[in-house]
Design a protein around this ligand. Structure first.
Ligand code: HDE
Length: 678
């Protein structure tokens, strides 16, 4: 962590309690003399009611759990800071977006949506990307996802969507998965979801790492400047490492091998000083241009293609500190898209409007009452004053006689601030209309941007989409639902729908397709940034390895930011031919090929048949997942024996110099899609 404490960190310091080396006490401060035996009537007798220590300890334990979040239950968080590259005063008066000299403390929680708190992390799902900015004008929460659009257009449908997505109520299955009948039945009967489903079936829904995914505010918000002028805005987080994904077979296997894969990756990279970084981008549309586009800017199922409305990069967030306590911070943090600061305002997006109600409401049951803003992680770093009082768990002691407005006894304070004094003023949008339960005609094109997404994919991404639809619908038992989905997606692309219809036993459609020919390169992960930095390579090593060559290669990898773990058949150390020694991080038993970005096979002089067999298994698996595979020395023979040599991303060489550079390039490429698998 950086040395100078952030403002939020300083505030949290007052709440940290270190009990190392201390005596155990009750919660009343009484030192206890025994913590292993309850108080009994005789050594073999019943426990006595008067054992206050036992009662207190057990009662607290019995009440340790709180309800998990209704969605986004499984999450992992970290602290960070945000720096602004340039002032946005042209658009907004928000202090943290105009003063480039300030660093703003942030807290970010990443999450999956569907699964319970204990579910696996590499499931096919949307990821939450929530950021709390502790600004000097109050907390600003950007509660986003890693997908820029949403399933539905009106918040009133959210309970239906979530009921359909969650495990089916009659049997409680499946956990953390959308591959089941009720989810797809909902999709077929709520066709506004088409665009989002394309994203959810794409590689975006199986990210390699929280550090390698984009974040989006999804809705159109408003930025309002000091003159009161408003612009429409969409917020983006762009990961400095680029946007990268797992492959589906790998993701499913990781779920079993390491259910904590994403949190482990985030936690370890922060502990190692490889701080995850994301640049903040904004897309801005002037109010006058509200109706210039072929979509409604208020429709949350639409992106603003980046080629039409460029993303302006305005700042960077660095996550540089892990939490001290997961419950106190990650679990108790309360995000809300309605937590805004002067200069940021809402639009009439009907999905956003509903969210503005839901988030406080849900905290009331989850955190047990209206004082959750007093929890250390939720407190703003600026002071807060009002006439709200009492409620469960109230901590603030308000000595004042007065708790009402207006008053004369306290000089009519606390009192609202004028706009000049920093008071929040809602943007004065003129609104008029009849009270109707209806949706605007301009929200009714559900397929054009789904087609845009399809058109923008590279060949391997298209193939992954076909496979994902085939997998998910292959798990749907109702043939009628499968047929409805085929019918629905024939409006998006015949190429896609014919391919997956065939795989799921439904007659492929002959008519349909989309007129949209446009594509948006920014949507494809094939156009993202690539870097070897922080990639994890498994080095397969046995006794008698070439110490000099291996060390040279490892030095080169380290200079490129690559982390290496040594895999062998036994724990302890492996010995090189020059008396060098390397500690073994994992055996073939305690790790797996799917847990690495790439493998580097070296072997040694002294490995038996079983060793070779296990190494070959690892290498073949990595190859099947399109991963870079490197080999020198004995490892080169393994590549040949397994017929892996000569393929793209398979790098081998006796000469250490040539090998290292080429292998690092292969690692930076992430995956080698032009490989022929099977
Ligand atoms: Fe949420 N959402 N949501 N959501 N959401 C919650 O709030 C809700 C939506 C998002 O890490 C809940 O504290 C409604 C879109 C994230 O703590 C709840 C609607 C986007 C998180 C809720 C949406 C999100 C939540 C559950 C439809 C992307 C995790 C627990 C109108 C922009 C926050 C909680 C965290 C959590 C309601 C749709 C993102 C129930 C009603 C769109 C990242 O209040």
């Amino acid at each position: 962590m950086s040395n100078d404490k952030s403002k939020k960190d300083e505030q949290l310091e007052q709440y940290r309690v270190d009990d190392t080396g201390k005596h155990t006490t009750t919660n009343q401060g009484l030192k206890v003399s025994e913590d292993e035996f309850s108080l009994k009537a005789g050594e073999r007798g019943p426990t006595l009611m008067e054992d206050f220590h036992f009662r207190e300890k057990m009662t607290h334990f019995d009440h340790e759990r709180i309800p998990e979040r209704i969605v986004h239950a499984r999450g992992f968080a970290a602290h960070g800071e945000f720096e602004l590259y340039k002032s946005l005063e042209k658009y907004t008066k928000a202090d943290f977006l105009t003063d480039t000299s300030k660093k703003t403390s942030t807290f970010v929680r990443f999450s999956t949506v569907a699964g319970s708190k204990g579910s696996s992390e590499t499931v096919r799902d949307v990821r939450g990307f929530s950021t709390k900015f502790y600004t000097e004008e109050g907390n600003y929460d950007l509660v986003g996802n890693n997908i820029p659009v949403f399933f539905i257009q009106d918040a009133i449908k959210f309970p239906d969507l979530v009921h359909a997505l969650k495990p089916e109520p009659h049997n409680g299955m499946p956990q953390a998965a959308s591959a089941h009948d009720t989810f797809w039945d909902f999709i077929a009967n709520n066709q506004e979801s088409a665009h989002m489903v394309m994203w959810a079936m794409s590689d975006r829904a199986i990210p390699r790492s929280f550090r390698m995914m984009e974040g989006f505010g999804v809705h159109t918000f408003r930025l309002v400047n000091a003159e009161g002028k408003s612009h429409f805005v969409k917020f983006h987080w762009k990961p400095v490492l680029g946007t990268h994904s797992l492959v589906w077979d790998e993701a499913q296997k990781v779920s079993g091998k390491d259910a904590d894969f994403h949190r482990g990756d985030l936690y370890n990279s922060i502990e190692d000083g490889d701080y995850p970084e994301y640049e903040l981008g904004i897309q801005v549309i002037p109010e006058e241009e509200e109706f210039k586009f072929d979509f409604d800017v208020l429709d949350p199922t639409k992106v603003w293609p980046e080629e039409d409305v460029p993303v302006e990069i305005v700042g960077k967030m660095t996550l540089n500190r892990n939490v001290d306590n997961v419950f106190a911070e990650t679990e108790q943090v309360a995000f809300h898209p309605g937590h805004v600061v002067p200069g940021i305002d809402f639009t009439n997006d009907p999905l956003l409007q509903g969210r503005l109600f839901s988030y406080t409401d849900t905290q009331l049951i989850r955190l047990g009452g209206p004082n959750f803003h007093e929890l250390p992680i939720n407190r703003p770093v600026c002071p807060f004053f009002n006439n709200q009082r009492d409620g469960y768990g109230r901590q603030t002691i308000n000595p004042s006689q007065v708790s009402y407005h207006k008053n004369s006894l306290a000089g009519n304070t606390p009192q609202p601030a004028s706009e000049e004094e920093g008071g929040y003023k809602h943007y004065q949008e003129k609104v008029e209309g009849h009270k109707v339960r209806a949706r605007s005609e301009s929200f009714k094109d559900h397929f054009s941007q789904a087609a845009l997404f399809w058109n923008s994919m590279s060949d391997h991404e298209k193939d992954h989409l076909i496979q994902a639809f085939s997998f998910e619908l292959g798990k749907v038992e109702s043939v009628a639902v499968r047929e409805q989905i085929v019918e629905m997606f024939s409006n998006v692309s015949l190429e896609l729908t014919q391919a997956f219809a065939e795989n799921i036993g439904v007659t492929p459609p002959q008519n349909g397709g989309s007129d949209v020919t446009k594509s948006s390169p920014a949507l494809s992960q094939a156009n993202t940034k690539h870097s070897p930095n922080t990639r994890k390579v498994g080095l397969i090593l046995a006794d008698g390895y070439n110490g000099k060559d291996v060390q040279e290669n490892l030095d080169h990898f380290a200079s490129q930011g690559i982390a290496v773990e040594v895999i062998s058949d036994k724990q302890g150390t492996v010995q090189g031919d020059d008396n060098s020694e390397m500690p073994v991080d994992h055996t073939f038993l305690t790790t797996d090929s799917v847990l690495y970005d790439a493998l580097y096979a070296v072997g040694g002089k002294e490995q038996d048949k079983a060793f070779k067999k296990k190494a070959s298994y690892f290498l073949n698996e990595a190859f099947t997942h399109f991963k870079p595979v490197g080999a020198t020395h004995e490892g080169v023979h393994w590549l040949k024996e397994n017929e892996l040599s000569g393929n793209s991303g398979v790098v081998s060489g006796e000469n250490a110099d040539d090998f290292a550079g080429e292998f690092v390039e292969a690692v930076a490429a992430h995956r080698h899609w032009d490989r022929k698998i099977m």
